[in-house]
Design a binder for this molecule. Structure first.
Ligand code: NAD
Ligand code: ZN
Length: 405
């Protein structure tokens, strides 16, 4: 038996934010990030709509990108004091993910972070509050997913929490919020969405309910991402929907080792100048992982189907897989995303000598590879790598080498 779960309600289209006016409740806690939602007036609108609905509103502001365990604990404390019956999380994946974890701790104050990380092991939520998510980036689709990614900075590791209990009750997918994204964010979140859709399509947990969502999202992202990046706001609106469709697919079909690898490298080199931004990590690793997974016959056929849907041509499965890899690399170039970690420069732009020194990378490689294998996303990848293979794969991602094993 398999399960397919999505939010009960999804409001979409321009102006969808207004749906908040009709929410029923007493107290809403609005969780947001560092200031973009306030700066562009969306936070004020959300507060006004909730007040119009007759609710008392309190803010939890300042949730950082790639949120920490500490932030989650602080937010849960604020919720314990305010006792909301609605949690409204708005912004990118970071504040929404943090709010999901706060929600768990609010409902079950005794739960430790380690307990939250037990995959599909959460107790029943909604005894205290329901959850509404409003995305302002077009990538993570956390507004419809059963996931939350929290970083343990002491260990330098991102932990995906996974359970249908944290699938939001309501998602509001309003393209107005995506219009203010800077170009770089459009690029990264867009390739994150592409990775979600492709990994969901070849995941061992794919099914007839997830395939149409994944394949349609892939087509939309191929068609619209680069033009959205270049400032076309109709395409930007389309990308906001496409990433959500990809989320519906992967929340139910799960992901693969591109995400395992991105989770374990995101914060690993933070001491050397920057995070490897989630979407950029995925964009660099995806073509390498496709070549690796395509050694599995079933996965290769699925990649070839994707290439067919993308109208890439090719006469054999092998040729189609190569054309898919080439198309994704072409998108990276058009979006100014480097092809490998070695060239991952300041601000995530391609450069000859990136911020991750070769000796540091090689020293950390065994641990990173071991952690990536243990990541929750590895279980549904079509080919399970050994430690040796994972290290080789990471080397291909560092030096931009062809994957021939
Ligand atoms: N829960 C899931 O299913 C899931 C899936 C993939 C990734 N993730 C996680 O989500 C996080 C990344 O989320 P993200 O890529 O959405 O970015 P983010 O939430 O980290 O935001 C990045 C930056 O963009 C700014 N920003 C957000 N929206 C904006 C807008 N409309 N205009 C201007 N600035 C804006 C933020 O203030 C922040 O500084 C990572 O931690 C990643 O691991 C979660
Ligand atoms: Zn992702």
């Amino acid at each position: 038996m398999a399960r397919f779960t999505l939010p009960r309600d999804l409001y979409h289209g321009k102006g969808a934010l207004e749906a908040l006016k009709d929410f029923k409740g007493m107290r809403a806690m609005v969780c947001v990030g560092g200031g973009s939602m306030k700066k562009f007036g969306f936070l004020d609108r959300v507060v006004a709509y909730l007040k119009e609905a007759g609710m008392e509103v309190e803010l939890f502001e300042g949730i950082e990108p790639d949120p920490s365990v500490e932030t989650v604990m602080k937010g849960a404390e604020a919720m314990a004091k305010f006792q909301p019956d609605w949690i409204v999380a708005m912004g990118g994946g970071s504040p929404i993910d943090a709010a999901k974890a706060m929600w768990i701790k609010y409902e079950y104050p005794e739960t430790t972070f380690e307990e939250m990380c037990v995959v599909f092991g959460l107790p029943k939520l909604r005894t205290k509050a329901r959850f509404c998510a409003i995305p302002s980036t077009s990538g993570t689709a956390t507004e419809v997913t059963a996931f939350s990614v929290i970083t343990d900075y002491e260990k330098g590791i991102k932990y995906p929490l996974a359970d249908f209990e944290i699938t939001p009750d309501v998602a509001i997918v309003d393209p107005d919020l995506a219009e203010t994204m800077p170009k770089k964010l459009v690029a990264h979140t867009g390739m994150d969405a592409m990775t979600h859709a492709i990994e969901a399509y070849v995941s061992t947990a794919n099914c007839e309910f997830t395939d149409p969502l994944a394949i349609f999202a892939i087509k939309m992202i191929q068609r619209d991402l680069v033009e959205s990046y270049n400032g076309d706001m109709d395409k930007r609106a389309s990308m906001h929907n496409a990433q959500c469709l990809a989320g519906m697919a992967f929340s139910n079909a799960l992901l693969g080792i591109v995400h395992s690898m991105a989770h374990k490298t995101g914060a690993a080199f933070a001491d050397y100048g920057a995070h490897i931004i989630h979407g950029a990590a995925n964009a660099m690793y995806l073509p390498k992982v496709i070549a690796f997974n395509a050694k599995n016959e079933t996965a290769a056929k699925r990649y070839a189907e994707i290439a067919d849907y993308m109208n890439l041509g090719g006469n054999s499965v092998e040729e189609k897989v190569q054309l898919l890899i080439a198309e994704l690399r072409k998108m990276n170039d058009a979006l100014n995303i480097p092809q490998c970690i070695k060239n991952y420069g300041a601000d995530s732009y391609p450069t000859e000598n990136g911020f991750v020194p070769e000796d540091v990378f090689l020293a950390k490689l065994p641990d990173i590879a071991a952690n990536a294998i243990l990541d929750a996303c590895t279980g549904s990848n079509p080919r399970v790598p050994t430690q040796e293979e994972m290290e080789k794969l990471f080397k291909c991602c560092y030096y931009d080498l062809d994957v021939d094993f």
